[in-house]
Each structure stands twice: as C-alpha cells, then as structure tokens.
Design a protein. Structure first.
Length: 191
C-alpha cells in the first residue's frame, strides 16, 4: 500500500500541480499507527498518515504582493466543512473544502462572488488515510479570516501558498498563521 501511494504521488506530481506557484510536493514515506482505543476482540483499523511538504517558488513579502497575485481577497467567517469526494490513492483529491461566508470583498474576482465561497486546502482525513501538509492549517468553524485566494478551474478557491494567504483574527488584529505577521488594518476595515 505504501509503495502504491508513493507511486501514485509521484505520477500525480509529474502530471499536475496545484497552481503554477507550487513547486512539486515532496512526499514523506507514510507510516502507520493503530488505534489504542479499539477493543482487542475486533479488527484494529490501521490509519496511515501521508505527509506532504510543498515548497513555493514565489515568496510574497507583504499584503500588497499577495493581493497583486490573488484572484480574490475577502474578509469572511468560516462556516463549515463541505463533504468532498476523494478517490482512494489519488493524491490530487485529498483536499478539505470549507464554506466561508463573505463579510467584505477587498479585491474582486473577474466573476461575480456569491455570499459564500468554497475554500479548498491540502490535507485532511480520507477514509483510513490522514494527509498532513506542512504548509496547511485547516480552517475551523467560526474563525474570522482574511483570505488571499486563487480560483481553481473547479470554481473553488485556494489560499495563495496555502498558509501564506490565510490571516486569522486574533483579538483586534488578523495574524498570518504561517509567518505570524499582522495584517494592515485597511485590509479588513469596512470602508
């Protein structure tokens, strides 16, 4: 199973990328863990963990560069995770989709934006596989966020460089979850 995941991961990486700003994702060999809570009389389900370690060829030094690269920039509130389908052993489908309610549009997309959007992030749990991306902290319900997003061909949005494009409200400010930098107030103050 581990060899199959590695082979499929390599095939995916040579054929696809999440966006042009993403360098190939480096895969770490998955390891298995077993549940310590399973009764000894039942079959213990094995959970495999797959680690993704993406690297980005473009570094954005501040909000202005992120905004210039973004298709859409919003201030929003995380609603809930959307059931997303995945294909076993197809790494390109191991994405967590989350509905975000738009509170304010900072930079408009070329197409009309609804009251909500779907934000897609690498990683999550898919059947017996837990996928962890070093570049992704998954959005959680009720977080207030400022997101710098790319639109995918499927009509969902992905944060630029995953965590680089995500700022979460912490007290009276929005803080980037990757760099811990504070977002300028004019990016989230309603005009």
């Amino acid at each position: 199973m581990k060899k199959m995941i590695m082979i499929l991961g390599v095939l995916f990486l040579t054929a696809c990328s999440f966006r042009s700003e993403m360098d190939p994702v480096q895969l770490h060999i998955p390891h298995s863990t077993t549940s310590s809570e399973a009764p000894t009389t039942s079959i213990i389900k094995e959970i495999e963990t797959l680690y993704l370690n993406p690297s980005w060829p473009v570094f954005y030094k501040d909000e202005n560069e992120l905004e210039a690269a973004a298709d859409l920039v919003i201030r929003g509130k995380v609603a809930y995770r959307v059931n997303n389908s995945f294909v076993e052993n197809n790494i390109s489908t191991y994405l967590t989709n989350t509905q975000v309610i738009i509170l304010d549009v900072i930079k408009e997309d070329s197409s009309p934006v609804n009251d909500t959007i779907i934000v897609s992030q690498m990683g999550g749990t898919f059947g017996n596989l837990h996928v962890v991306s070093a570049a992704t902290v998954l959005l959680t319900e009720n977080q207030e966020v400022v997101l710098f997003l790319h639109k995918t061909s499927e009509g969902v949005y992905r944060p630029i460089n995953e965590d680089d494009g995500v700022y979460v409200k912490a007290g009276d400010v929005f803080q980037n979850i990757a760099t811990k930098s504070i977002l300028r107030t004019d990016y989230y103050t309603i005009q």
